[in-house]
Write a protein that binds this ligand. Structure first.
Ligand SMILES: *Cc1c(COP(=O)(O)O)cnc(C)c1O
Length: 369
C-alpha cells in the first residue's frame, strides 16, 4: 500500500529530510538552549529541560517538592491551580487551596496575610491564567512566602513572553515555562528553573521522584552535575531545535518589545470588544487582565457559543458557555489578528464592525509600537 503524505497545513510543508534526518542534540546545543531559557527567565538558577509539554513539567514540580506532611499553600485562580494542588495532595502533602472565583485574580494582600498566618513550607501559584485572562500579582505573594521561609513555585507558562517574569528579582525558587503560548514556539519541550534552596528542599523530600519522567533531579545529576561531555538519554531534537529557534527569534525582536506587543494586543482587544458591547470576563482591576489572552463574558450572547476559530476559543470545563477567549499570543499578538477576532465577533453579533476597528487601532497606537 502506498501512503500519501498528509499536508501539514497551514504551515509551509516541511521536507522529510528536515524532519527526519537530524543528528541528536549536541552538548553545545543543550548548553546554548539552557542559556537562552535562563536569559528569558532572568535567572542564574539551574535550568532543567523537560522532554514533554509544560503540564508534565508542572506535575514533576508538584511531585518533587510535595510529600507526606509537607504543608503547602496553593493559590487557585483557575483550572491549572486546581490541578497543581491535586498533584501535591496525591503524594500526601497537607495542601490548603486558597481559591478565588475564576473571574478574579488573587487579592494579593489577603493572600499575603493568609500566608503569614498559615506559615506553609511551599507556596504555589499560576502567574497568568490563559484560561480566564487574569494575571496574579506574583511579586507580592512570593515576597510573603519568603517571609515565612517557604519554597515558591510559579507556573509562568502563560506569562512568559507576554509580560515580565522576573525570576531572580522576585526570588522565585521554581518556575515552569512552555513555549507554545507567547513565545510562539513548540509545545513538546518545556523548562523549569530551580534555585539552590529548592534543590535542598527536593533532596530532603524522601518521595521526590528519581528514575522517572517526573524527576527533576535526574537531569540535574546526569547532566548539570556531570562533565557535560555526553548528553544523557535522547532529548527531543526536533522540539529542542524548535525551542532554540523560538527563543532566538524572541531575543532578536527583543523580549521587552515582545511583551509590549502582547500588551498592545490585549488593550486593542479590550477597546474593540467594548465598542461591540461586550464585557471582559475578569471582574477585578484592569491591571490584572492578562496580556496573553483576553477572556470575554458571553452570558446573554448565545450567538457567540458557536465561535471557535483557534484565535477565538470557547472556555472549557467549568468555564464552558461562560466565556470565550481571544488568544492574541505569539505571532497573533498583532493588530491584524485582533481585527480578525473583532470581525468574527461583530459578524456573529450582527453589529457594526467599524467602531470596534477604530477603537482597537487607537488603543494599539497608544502603546506606541
Ligand atoms: C497552557 C498552560 C499550561 C499547560 O501547558 P501545556 O504546554 O499545554 O501542557 C499550564 N499552565 C498554564 C497557566 C497555561 O496557560
Amino acid at each position: 500500500m502506498k501512503v500519501q503524505p498528509m499536508p501539514i497545513s497551514p504551515q509551509p510543508q516541511l521536507s522529510s529530510t528536515a524532519l527526519l534526518d537530524q543528528a541528536p542534540l549536541s552538548p553545545d546545543e543543550i548548553d546554548h538552549l539552557s542559556e537562552l531559557v535562563a536569559h528569558t527567565l532572568g535567572t542564574t538558577n539551574d535550568i532543567i529541560l523537560v522532554q514533554s509539554e509544560a503540564i508534565v513539567a508542572l506535575e514533576a514540580i508538584a511531585k518533587s517538592v510535595a510529600g507526606p506532611g509537607i504543608k503547602a499553600f496553593n493559590v487557585v485562580t483557575g483550572p491549572y491551580g486546581v490541578g497543581f494542588g491535586n498533584w501535591m495532595r496525591e503524594v500526601g502533602s497537607d495542601v490548603t487551596d486558597f481559591a478565588f472565583p475564576f473571574e478574579r485574580v488573587a487579592d494579593a494582600e489577603i493572600t499575603a496575610t493568609e500566608i503569614l498566618r498559615h506559615r506553609p513550607q511551599i507556596v504555589s501559584l499560576v502567574h497568568a491564567e490563559a484560561a480566564t485572562g487574569g494575571t496574579n500579582d506574583a511579586a507580592t505573594i512570593i515576597d510573603a512566602a519568603h517571609q515565612v521561609g517557604a519554597i515558591t513555585v510559579l507556573d509562568a507558562v502563560a506569562s512568559i513572553g507576554a509580560e515580565p517574569v522576573l525570576t531572580d528579582k522576585w526570588n522565585v525558587d521554581v518556575v515552569a515555562i512552555g513555549a507554545q503560548k507567547a513565545l510562539a514556539g513548540p509545545a513538546g519541550m518545556s523548562a523549569v528553573s530551580v534555585s539552590q534552596r529548592a534543590w535542598e528542599f527536593i533532596d530532603a523530600n524522601s518521595v521526590s521522584p528519581s528514575g522517572s519522567v517526573l524527576s527533576l533531579t535526574d537531569w540535574r545529576d546526569s547532566w548539570l552535575r556531570s562533565d557535560r561531555l555526553t548528553v544523557p538519554g535522547l532529548p527531543n531534537w526536533l522540539e529542542g531545535r524548535a525551542l532554540t529557534a523560538a527563543l532566538e527569534r524572541i531575543h532578536n525582536e527583543n523580549l521587552a518589545q515582545v511583551t509590549k506587543r502582547h500588551n498592545a494586543a490585549a488593550q486593542a482587544t479590550l477597546a474593540g470588544m467594548e465598542a461591540l458591547g461586550l464585557a471582559p470576563w475578569q471582574q477585578g482591576d484592569p491591571v490584572s487582565y492578562a496580556p496573553v489572552a483576553t477572556a470575554i463574558s458571553i452570558a446573554g450572547f448565545p450567538q457567540l457559543l458557536a465561535l471557535n476559530t483557534g484565535l477565538i476559543t470557547q472556555g472549557g470545563g467549568v468555564l464552558g458557555g461562560k466565556l470565550l477567549r481571544i488568544n492574541h499570543y505569539g505571532l497573533a499578538a498583532s493588530l491584524d489578528s485582533v481585527n480578525t477576532a473583532l470581525r468574527h465577533l461583530a459578524h456573529a453579533l450582527k453589529r457594526d464592525l467599524q467602531p470596534a476597528l477604530e477603537a482597537a487601532q487607537l488603543a494599539w497606537d497608544e502603546r506606541c509600537l
